[in-house]
Design a protein around this ligand. Structure first.
Ligand code: ZN
Length: 193
């Protein structure tokens, strides 16, 4: 039984991929769950992308994989080295070079497998960054980004509520002055069809 095979994953993200790898290193999802100090069910929900894992757990997972990578000699890829540019995404957020803001990266040694402990080169400016650090930074940005989105949404909702509250007040106070009433959203106008 291997509950962490790729086929079982509903979502294929940096999070789910890292968890699959970490579970393989630990030998079981149970072992990884106890390492991350969460119930196994919670871990399984993270692994299939049904729940968002917390940042600290993700950083711990990357650390675990990086530690394992340091122990193993990398096995060069079979066949031609891919010269593809690499991009890293969490949701709609892309990892960026801290120096030039570029999105595209290449491995310093493309003949090696992509590992967290290896360095990447920014295609834009040649800046070097450790892959694991780039992903950790992206995950931090993603948390900040989703918080910012929530705040934005809350502000929009509050503004809408405020607007409709004011509108109701204005409507009852100065009925007949159409200039401040919006064209849409006037109550009581239903066209029967
Ligand atoms: Zn750059």
């Amino acid at each position: 039984m291997s509950p962490f095979t790729r086929e079982n994953s509903l979502a294929d993200t940096l999070y789910t991929r890292a968890l699959v790898r970490a579970a393989e290193i630990q030998g079981s999802t149970q072992a990884l769950a106890s390492l991350l100090r969460v119930p196994e069910n919670t871990l399984l929900r993270w692994m299939v992308g049904r729940a968002q894992m917390p940042l600290q757990a993700f950083l711990r997972t990357i650390q675990l994989i990086a530690d394992d990578e340091r122990k193993q000699a990398p096995v060069p890829r079979a066949g031609d080295a891919p010269s593809d540019k690499l991009r890293f995404k969490i949701g709609e957020l892309e990892a960026r070079c801290e120096r030039c803001d570029g999105h595209d990266f290449v491995q310093t040694d493309p003949s090696m497998p992509l590992r967290y402990i290896n360095e990447l080169l920014c295609c834009g400016c040649g800046n070097r960054v450790v892959h694991g650090n780039l992903i950790a930074q992206l995950a931090k940005d993603a948390v900040y980004h989703s918080k910012a989105l929530t705040v934005q949404r809350q502000k929009r909702t509050a503004a809408l509520l405020d607007k409709s509250r004011k509108l109701r007040g204005v409507q009852s106070a100065t009925r007949g002055d159409g200039s401040i009433l919006p064209a849409e959203g006037q109550p009581g106008k239903k066209t029967g069809g």
